[in-house]
Design a protein around this ligand. Structure first.
Ligand code: FPP
Length: 275
């Protein structure tokens, strides 16, 4: 399917070139998750209030979402508001809530026209009613779309997610529906908020912080991490392509040995055994 621009602007030819080079170069991750960080510092460095960074950050959300849809990423999960973010100054929290509600209202049709499905993970019931309403409407509008699933992690934390899964499993065990000895990796994954989504192959964090900050703690077991100094409001599609290029150069071993060294070591083994 020919990609449609979310911005309705002509997609420039140099971007088309970098997109196809990226696709030819190697595998595009099926699921990318991003810790969007550095909005406040970006704004402060320009003499602006922190909320201005969040506002420009929404433009990055739009650009990165559009690029992901165009290059064939199937799932994009964005850490938009952590459980810990409730501890920020009241003014900043309410500015973020207003921005979220306004952005959803503005972008829902665009998402829908581009066959993008919106989802959320986290404690949405902690959000003001108008935000919840905008979320419900956008989720309902886009529920049948299947080009890309954009999942906003809102009032989310990895420990909360795991705790909820443990509670559900403990309850099922108490009721005799499952045998505690049969609980395994898959059963835990199936009780997380991301149950229907594959684990992310690539996790990106902006603004040069080397932390996971309670994001998808269980799901990132084998994710490749990419950390960039770029602040989120400056993180646009070219930066995304760089992250994917870095991912394409990694060798994912999942705790095993590499295919090359496996071949090398087995031939050494044969040589050692050969008289
Ligand atoms: C981190 O920067 C960013 C956030 C806590 C909020 C991110 C939210 C948006 C970009 C808007 C979301 C809107 C939609 C529609 C998804 P920071 O404030 O922690 O920056 P700092 O580390 O420089 O202080």
């Amino acid at each position: 399917m020919e990609p449609i621009s979310l911005t309705n602007k002509e997609q420039n030819s140099s971007d088309k070139k970098s997109q196809s080079a990226l696709i030819e170069q190697g595998a595009i991750p099926e699921h990318i998750a991003i810790i969007m960080d550095g909005n406040g510092r970006w704004a402060k460095s320009r003499g602006n209030i922190r909320s201005y960074g969040h506002k420009v950050g929404v433009d990055s959300v739009r650009d990165v979402t559009e690029a992901c849809a165009q290059i064939g990423v199937k799932y994009l999960t964005l850490y938009a508001f952590s459980t810990e973010n409730w501890g920020r100054p009241k003014m900043e929290v309410s500015a973020l809530m207003r921005l979220l509600a306004r952005s959803l209202r503005k972008e829902a049709d665009n998402l829908n026209e581009n066959n993008i499905k919106l989802e959320t993970i986290g404690q949405i019931d902690r959000f003001p009613e108008n935000c919840q309403q905008e979320l419900r409407e956008a989720i309902d509008l886009t529920k049948d779309n299947d080009r890309l699933q954009l999942c906003l992690a809102l009032s989310y934390s990895g420990r909360w997610d795991i705790t909820e899964a443990v509670k559900k499993l403990a309850q099922s065990a108490k009721e005799g529906d499952i045998d505690p000895n049969k609980i395994d990796d898959k059963m835990i994954s199936d009780h997380l908020s991301t149950a229907d989504v594959p684990d992310p192959e690539l996790i990106i964090r902006t603004s040069g912080e080397y932390r996971i900050s309670n994001f998808l703690l269980w799901q990132l077991a084998y994710s490749e991490l990419y950390i960039t100094e770029t602040y989120w409001p400056d993180f646009r599609r070219e930066e995304l392509y760089k992250a994917i290029q870095s991912f394409q150069q990694r060798e994912r071993r999942f705790g095993k040995v590499s295919e090359n060294s496996q071949k090398k070591s087995s031939s050494l083994y044969v040589q050692e055994l050969t008289p």
